[in-house]
Write a protein that binds this ligand. Structure first.
Ligand code: PLP
Length: 230
């Protein structure tokens, strides 16, 4: 049986060691627990250990878990899955962050539909860093233009960039993709007068060390915490 408490501890250690190796402050790396396909009880168990930020990929599944966990008001919900236009309202009404914005129309809808009383919705742009034709994400060369347009939306706050590079077992290949995303963020900062861009959402269970070495501020881990998904 897997112990979520133990996995959280092991993961915190992995993050600390990777930060130390990179001569970074470990507090500069936030753990996002990716709970897709895992039950509300797993989230509750992680929350009891102090883990409060959770990532979900499917709107309906996330809403059910939010409902089951509404006695835990401190949970922070991050939407990290593909976004269909007809789902933007529920996302805007229920999440604190969205990592997977890759077109202006979706960001405009999120901004229009964000309830006034909720405070701005935090957004990251998902970049197709491998430039694979079949993958979602904005092309690297179009990112600055999209970022400028998204940053102007009133009910959203653009925080940075996210990517899901093709899996690789070669740490050098992993690092190269993450380095490209980091330099794209640096380019955006220069082109947008910094613009409050403080987030690099990159690194998963198999490549978090490489991501932290290249400047990740949020690592998104599922398997390492909750075990394999079926
Ligand atoms: C599923 C998923 C993760 C977590 O992946 P693991 O390999 O299980 O750690 C991270 N980010 C996104 C966008 C995902 O869809």
């Amino acid at each position: 049986m897997i112990s979520i408490a133990e996995n959280l501890e092991k993961t915190a250690r992995r993050i600390r060691e990777a930060a130390k190796e990179a001569e970074r402050d470990p507090d500069g790396v936030q753990l996002l627990a990716v709970s897709k396909k895992k039950p509300a009880s797993a989230i509750r168990e992680a929350a009891e250990c102090g883990q409060l930020a959770f990532g979900e990929n499917y709107v309906q599944e996330a809403l059910e878990k939010m409902e089951a966990l509404k006695d835990l008001p401190d949970l922070e919900w991050h939407y990290i899955g593909p976004i269909q236009s007809n789902k933007t309202r529920v996302i805007a009404e229920h999440f604190d962050w969205v990592h997977s914005v890759d077109r202006l129309k979706v960001a405009q809808r999120l901004s229009e539909q964000r309830p006034e009383e909720m405070g701005p919705l935090n957004l990251c742009l998902q970049v197709n860093i491998d430039e694979a034709p079949t993958k979602s994400g904005v092309a690297p060369e179009s990112t600055l233009e999209l970022a400028r347009a998204v940053a102007a939306l009133p009910r959203c706050r653009l925080r940075g960039l996210m990517a899901i590079p093709d899996p690789s077992n070669d740490p050098e290949v992993q690092r190269r993709r993450f380095r490209e995303l980091a330099s794209l963020l640096a380019e955006l900062r220069r082109g947008m007068d910094n613009g409050g861009l403080d987030t690099l959402s990159m690194g998963m269970s198999g490549d978090l060390e490489a991501a932290i070495a290249e400047g990740a501020t949020i690592v998104r881990l599922g398997t390492a915490l909750f075990g394999a998904r079926d």
